[in-house]
Ligand binder design. Structure first.
Ligand code: PLP
Length: 371
């Protein structure tokens, strides 16, 4: 009966599968001292300045937050040298994806994104009854030429995660330039740059340029990843005022809570924390590459803080075996890659524990099997 109450586009949605929380695994398996490498969080934790700011702001939590996020917008405006009217703040950048859908999508519009890419793009499209257009990756990377070919009269939006999740691959400045060159005006391009701060390659595109030029480009950033505030939920979009005006129009007034606002401001002012994290990630990446090569496991070179590894076996079985050893990762079957796992690059100690557990897990799970 309830099936008839639900909109068909929503009924077709698969629920989001989050990374397993530490507490849940501890309860289920009776383990302690777990390592969670499933959701690409920054294992160093937030800036001490952010923690202090939250502590200082907590007694005022009885007051509604600043609905306009005035101080945070001003900080971001200075940080990016972009006027405040270009910003939309959200409960994580996930919310901005939904605001884009609410503000701009009509039922039947085509919405294009890579396959596999970030799962929220599909739910953002479904939210307004749009037609998802999935463009297969090439060599684990967004095929921007194919995405360009996929654009029709009815295309409203293209979502591009750069670096991409779950592959960690990057599209270059040249590729993005070619993609945007002569793109029809009826298409909004969303550059989702959740892992922007981790990128090491110098040919990474500086997409704010396109926002400044007045193109239909929305650049998304988040405080969940390198700034290590995933639990507080704050992210933002940058777009020309004619677009951001409407994103703000569909936003709930108090969507970013007061503790998140002060923590985000404090984090922006702690460049050292970002530098420390980048250094940890870079070293961890190099170490993991060496270990995986020694184990003979192929992986996709990453520009983010996670790694897609081909385990050559049923990823769910490997996931379960790792779980029993206290390490939580992501299975590739969620992304249509049933013999891959995705692991967050952690601290030196966490990476060691992961590799140790992986060696044991590979011994337990027979090669070539898919459940
Ligand atoms: C983690 C992530 C986000 C956003 O996370 P929020 O916590 O909602 O800000 C957005 N896009 C990609 C590709 C991500 O991996």
């Amino acid at each position: 009966m309830t099936d008839r109450l639900i909109r068909p586009s929503i009924a077709a949605l698969r629920p989001y599968v989050p990374g397993k929380p530490i507490e849940e695994v501890e309860r289920e398996l009776g383990l302690t001292n777990l390592v969670k490498l499933a959701s690409n969080e920054n294992c160093l934790g937030p800036s001490p300045r952010a923690v202090e700011a939250v502590r200082a702001a907590a007694p005022a939590a009885w007051l509604y937050p600043d609905a306009a996020c005035f101080a945070l917008k001003r900080s971001l405006s200075e940080f990016h040298a972009l006027p405040p009217d270009h910003f939309t703040l959200g409960t994580g950048s996930d919310e901005i994806l939904h605001l884009i859908s609410l503000a701009f999508f009509n039922p039947g519009d085509e919405v294009a994104f890579g396959d596999p890419s970030f799962v929220v793009y599909e739910s953002a499209a479904a939210l307004m009854g749009c037609v998802p257009v999935k463009v297969p990756l090439r060599a684990f990377t967004h095929d921007l030429a194919a995405m360009r070919t996929a654009i029709t009269e009815r295309t409203k939006c293209v979502f591009i995660a750069n670096p991409n999740n779950p592959t960690g691959t990057m599209n270059t400045a040249d590729e993005v330039e070619r993609f945007l060159d002569g793109l029809p005006e009826h298409v909004i391009v969303v550059m989702d740059e959740a892992y922007h701060e981790y990128v090491e390659r110098i040919d990474y595109p500086l997409t704010l340029r396109y926002v400044r030029e007045g193109r239909n480009v929305v650049v998304l950033r988040t405080f969940s990843k390198i700034y290590a505030l995933a639990g507080l939920r704050v992210g933002y979009g940058m777009a020309r005022p004619e677009l951001s005006k409407w994103l703000n129009a569909v936003r709930e007034p108090f969507n970013v809570n007061s503790l998140a606002q002060v923590a985000a401001i404090a984090s922006l002012h702690d460049a050292e924390q970002v530098t420390r994290t980048r250094a940890m990630n870079s070293a961890g990446k190099a170490w993991l590459y060496r270990k995986l090569e020694r184990l003979g496991l192929p992986f996709v070179p990453t520009e983010a803080n996670f790694l897609l590894i081909e385990v050559g076996r049923d990823s769910n079985a490997v996931f379960q075996a790792l779980l029993r050893k206290g390490v939580i990762v992501r299975t590739g079957d969620l992304f249509g890659l049933p013999t891959y796992i995705r692991v967050t690059i952690g601290t030196e100690d966490m990476n060691r524990r992961f590799i140790h557990a992986l060696e044991l897990a590979l011994g337990e799970v027979t090669e070539g099997t898919i459940a």
